[in-house]
Design a protein around this ligand. Structure first.
Ligand code: HEC
Ligand code: HEC
Length: 251
């Protein structure tokens, strides 16, 4: 309906947003790379300009405010005006919003059903992760991951898990004074106690006075080779599937 009206008016330059599609986000990404990444970072992590993934400015701004900022720049700062047609600015905005918006709220390419098949089958994700109470407890619960994280962070978590490790999942070994060695992730630790979860999911509560030596190990306990073991299409579909996981159940 809205798109029909928009086509009838025929004025692409209207500062009025047509429903955004996956193609717009992809086009916006290209434009972002050439016009914005130099200051805001290749994945929006910031640099000369602020971080666009974690900054609240984007998620708090209305479309109009954001559009004006992109078009005219921010006076008195390094943020320059852009001389691109409005249509392209809307595409950039779609991409920029997606950097911090929950993945569930933005269009994502891929086939959700095929992604579910990868998740429950070849990917072996259920060994460690639960969705709606089904699956392992070693890794984080993914029931609502599409609402909790933006798309880029979901993609990074799956394809490059060592890059950012969720608190409570640091790998460690504890050598006990008794001679025993425990290996797993440090779910919690204080001056007096360690809570270590081993690969079977069992929790070990250890007093600090019983520990002879502790080693914090680099990397995530999650396998880091999905780029090699899954095809590009499987990875895309899997990420689509994850982006649609929402405990709120709006579909
Ligand atoms: C020459 C460097 C530069 C370029 C190029 C640039 N920006 Fe910025 N941008 C900045 C700076 C610096 C700020 C912070 C302004 C301030 O102090 O409030 C900013 C602010 C922003 C903000 C507000 C964010 C916040 O947290 O306040 C958004 C959104 C933004 N830029 C998006 C873009 C987009 C999209 C592009 C590409 C079309 C772009 N910028 C190009 C430097 C740049
Ligand atoms: C051997 C256990 C294991 C397997 C198998 C595994 N994961 Fe993980 N995963 C973890 C652990 C532990 C974490 C938390 C540590 C971290 O952040 O790296 C995690 C983190 C994540 C996160 C980030 C969660 C968040 O809250 O940000 C996502 C998304 C994820 N895994 C998806 C998957 C998918 C999809 C698969 C299957 C392709 C998979 N995992 C397979 C153990 C596993």
């Amino acid at each position: 309906m809205r798109i029909l009206l928009w086509l009838m008016v025929g004025a692409v330059a209207l500062a009025q947003r047509a429903p955004l599609k996956q193609e717009d986000v992809a086009a916006g990404r290209q434009l972002y790379m050439s016009s914005c990444a130099g200051c805001h970072g290749l994945s929006g992590e910031g640099g000369r300009g602020p971080n666009l993934m974690t900054g609240r400015a984007v998620s708090r701004s209305t479309d109009d405010v954001l559009f004006q900022a992109l078009k005219f720049g921010l006076a008195g700062t390094d943020m320059p005006p852009t001389n691109l047609p409005d249509e392209k600015l809307w595409q950039i905005m779609a991409y920029v919003r997606g950097l911090s918006a929950p993945a569930y709220e933005i269009p994502v390419e891929g086939d959700e059903k095929a992604g579910a098949a990868v998740y429950f089958g070849k990917g072996g994700c259920t060994k460690c992760h639960a969705i709606a109470g089904k699956g392992g407890v070693f890794g984080s619960d993914l029931t609502s991951i599409g609402h909790q994280r933006p798309l880029n962070l979901i993609r990074e978590a799956v394809l490059d898990p060592g890059r950012r490790i969720a608190p409570g999942y640091q790998r460690a070994t504890l050598h006990l004074k008794s001679g025993k060695t425990l290996e797993g992730v440090l779910r919690d630790y204080t001056t007096y106690n360690y809570t270590l979860q081993d690969g079977t999911g069992e929790l070990h509560f250890v007093k600090a006075v019983d520990v002879a030596d502790q080693r914090i190990l680099p990397g995530s306990p999650m396998p880091g080779n999905y780029r090699e073991t899954l095809t590009a299409a499987e990875r895309r579909d899997l990420i689509k599937f994850l982006s649609r996981q929402s405990a709120r159940g709006e579909q």
